[in-house]
Design a binder for this molecule. Structure first.
Ligand SMILES: O=C1CCCN[C@@H]1CCCn1cnc2cc(F)c(Cl)cc2c1=O
Ligand SMILES: [Mg+2]
Length: 485
């Protein structure tokens, strides 16, 4: 089937589902909330992993792999750590026909799996810093509307877990990792994000503070958390007795961080750049950056055209560009154009008899449809320039769209209006949790309540006497508010 049945500005949910399936990223699975990730998605995940792994290696992270399973009593180690999460824990209760003695949980996150061993491995300050990263899947049996990449019962992520002798070292690493998450979104996925701090209510309850990169989906007017980097303080050190003997022989608790990004990042990219012809891939994460398609003519020299396609692909691959060709005889050039547009390939190269005669190729850009004829002699240079331009244009367009959605408000009425206009709200807030709860209560409804998304590190000027939009008390900060995923 060619072409899209749904429009991005129409039924967004149906449009999104159609894009991820037609672009061959996702296959729906017969268990709700679970999806098959096909090569077109996994190759993007692997390109992101390649960047992130190289960067955390520079920060001295070591690769680990911990078991998928955690016993009930270890998972329940700290009531407040999991009380809110209990309903989403998946349990193994049988093997074959026989009941297990005690049920075993499938990891929803790995703090309780790892930290008993951190306690065992960390004895002296010489054992610090401990820096552990694992790439794995986690399971959270959520019930709210499942969405490929965005909200699934199993997803892939990396989870970093580090331990330091001092708070200063932990604080520094929290921000180093957050910057890597910003780079993943802005430099690779071409998605603009805001760095900020979560409120006390929205932060990871087990931690000291949470920082995050927040994205926004203009079509739905919802914020979405892109990735999180928590400072856990000494809370888990206390829970799991993770202590070390410092240089003076005094026993102290370690300072810990934990941080993650997930396959949700791919969904955010799809939602941001996709259009009514399907997926639009930023070149940096495109599994195929250039697809070459022969345009044979009835009496033209098809062998020469095929040869030209071969050598074009070869030359591009030799220069580090991910190029391929679609040689399927049973499909027309037109069919192939639509197919590779649906898959979001940034550049298409058409080679027909005329192009051959003129020693040129026709290049078509996926993002804006621009067509250019390029002499074969400077093909590589031109393709690199075009790919770089597409990467920049996709980010710039997304940033302008996101910025156009930001609405600065000062009063409750302005807040509710902005919320109904699907805005990303920037509002002065007294920073009181009661007020945050009150806003949630007052905005409850079909589309979900409004919440704080983050307090951006970049704070606009807060004039003396500015009042909180919700409580009328003196405002202490500007925060992003909105509905979210
Ligand atoms: O976000 C990160 C970065 C990577 C390591 N973990 C933290 C916190 C995870 C919070 N969280 C999130 N979801 C959870 C779901 C659960 F079922 C249980 Cl038992 C616990 C949690 C839970 O602690
Ligand atoms: Mg959750």
């Amino acid at each position: 089937k060619l072409g899209m049945a749904y429009k991005k500005d129409g039924n967004f949910g149906e449009w999104y589902s159609e894009v991820v399936v037609n672009s061959e990223m996702i296959e729906y699975y017969d268990i709700s909330g679970c999806y098959i990730l096909r090569p077109w998605a996994m190759e993007i995940w692997e390109l992101l992993k390649e960047f992130f792994d190289a960067e955390i290696k520079k920060l001295k992270l070591k690769p680990y792999y911990f078991p998928l399973f955690v016993t009930e009593n270890v998972l329940q180690k700290e009531k407040d750590h999991i009380e809110g999460f209990a309903p989403e824990v998946a349990w193994v209760t049988k093997s074959g026909k026989s009941e297990l003695e005690a049920p075993i949980a499938i990891r929803p996150t790995s703090e309780t799996v790892m930290y008993p061993y951190f306690s065992k491995w960390i004895r002296s300050h010489r054992d610090l810093p401990l820096r552990c990263n694992q790439w794995c899947n986690v399971v959270r049996w959520e019930f709210s509307n499942p969405t490929p990449f965005i909200r699934s019962r199993e997803f892939l992520w990396q989870e970093g877990h580090t331990a330091f002798a001092t708070k200063e070292e932990a604080d520094e690493e929290v921000l180093q990792i957050l910057e890597l998450y910003r780079r993943i979104y802005e430099e690779f996925l071409a998605v603009p994000v805001s760095k900020g701090r979560k409120s006390e209510m929205e932060k990871f309850a087990g931690g000291l503070y949470t920082t995050s990169v927040e994205a926004f989906i203009p079509n739905t007017g919802r914020g979405i958390q892109g990735a999180t980097s928590h400072c856990l303080g000494q809370n888990f050190a206390k829970m799991f007795d993770i202590t070390f003997e410092n240089e003076k022989g005094v026993r102290e608790m370690v300072w810990q961080n934990s941080w993650a990004y997930t396959t949700r990042s791919i969904g955010v990219m799809v939602m941001t750049h996709g259009d009514d012809k399907g997926l639009v891939l930023p070149p940096k994460v495109a599994p195929i950056q250039v697809i070459v398609i022969a345009v044979p003519y009835k009496d033209a020299d098809t062998t020469a055209i095929k040869g030209a396609c071969e050598s074009t692909v070869y030359t591009l691959n030799q220069s580090g560009i991910r190029a391929d060709q679609d040689t399927r005889e049973n499909y027309s050039p037109g069919w192939k154009y639509s197919h590779w547009e649906m898959k979001g390939v940034p550049l298409r190269i058409e080679i027909g008899p005329k192009d051959l005669a003129n020693k040129q190729v026709r290049i078509v850009c996926r993002d804006n449809g621009a067509k250019v004829d390029i002499p074969v002699t400077n093909l590589v240079e031109e393709v690199k320039v075009l790919l770089d331009e597409i990467q920049k244009n996709l980010f710039k367009t997304a940033q302008e769209k996101r910025d156009a959605c930001v609405q600065v408000i000062k009063t409750w009425d302005e807040f509710t209006t902005a919320l109904n206009n699907k805005r990303l709200i920037l509002a002065p807030w007294c920073d009181e949790e009661e007020v945050e709860k009150d806003v949630k209560a007052r905005t409850k409804g079909e589309l979900g309540a409004a919440k704080t998304l983050c307090t951006p590190f970049e704070q606009p000027e807060l004039p003396e006497g500015t009042l909180c939009f919700a409580s009328g008390k003196p405002a202490k900060k500007w925060s992003f508010w909105g509905r979210s995923y």
